[in-house]
Design a protein around this ligand. Structure first.
Ligand code: HEM
Length: 156
């Protein structure tokens, strides 16, 4: 039995689920709730949660990324540069690039929103639109990455 592969797949899916679950919670629960509370209270809450959120998502994305690379190479189908031009290799590369982009862009979202959503003790007039557009990038990346995972499962 490929025990190493099973453990690696478990780690990959565990941290991928943590990442996806955290993103869903932030987008669908945390931000809509913050925008319904008084601005100073919402700002205090968001500021306090920012560091822990960054650690949780940074660690989850890092482990998901590294375990995904190992899962596709040493423990998977990609063993030479030629394998990158197969359908599986192309899907793998898209997942690689989309996750890398998300890991670079993701940590900037929170601090950017902290600057743009509040002005003094009030919300800025277009706070809701700013939140929606900032979070849309992470949503789109996650949907693309998840589609890649499903395709790779079927050998594509
Ligand atoms: C947000 C990031 C990611 C999420 C949510 C995610 C999620 C998943 C899930 C749920 C599976 C299990 C699929 C199955 O067995 O049916 C999987 C498998 C896999 N993932 Fe990821 N993953 C992510 C990032 C990555 C990255 C960056 C890579 C590598 C570049 C990668 C490579 C793989 C590989 C090779 C498999 C096995 C596919 C197969 O069955 O051949 N993943 N991933």
């Amino acid at each position: 039995m490929p025990i190493g592969l099973i453990i690696l797949q478990y780690i990959h899916v565990l941290f991928a689920a943590t990442l996806l679950g955290s993103a869903l919670f932030i987008d669908l629960v945390l931000w809509p709730t913050l925008l319904r509370r008084p601005a100073p209270e919402a700002k205090g809450f968001f500021e306090t949660s920012l560091k822990t959120t960054s650690i949780l998502m940074g660690v989850s994305s890092g482990i998901t990324f590294l375990s995904g690379i190992l899962r596709g190479t040493i423990f998977g189908n990609i063993h030479s540069w030629n394998d990158f031009v197969t359908p599986y290799g192309v899907t793998f590369s898209i997942a690689f690039l989309a996750t890398l982009a998300m890991m670079i862009h993701g940590p900037r979202i929170g601090p950017k929103l902290l600057k743009e959503v509040w002005k003094g003790k009030n919300f800025t007039p277009n706070a809701k639109a700013k939140v929606h557009s900032a979070l849309a990038v992470s949503w789109i990346s996650v949907l693309i990455i998840l589609a890649c995972m499903v395709l790779m499962h079927f050998g594509l």
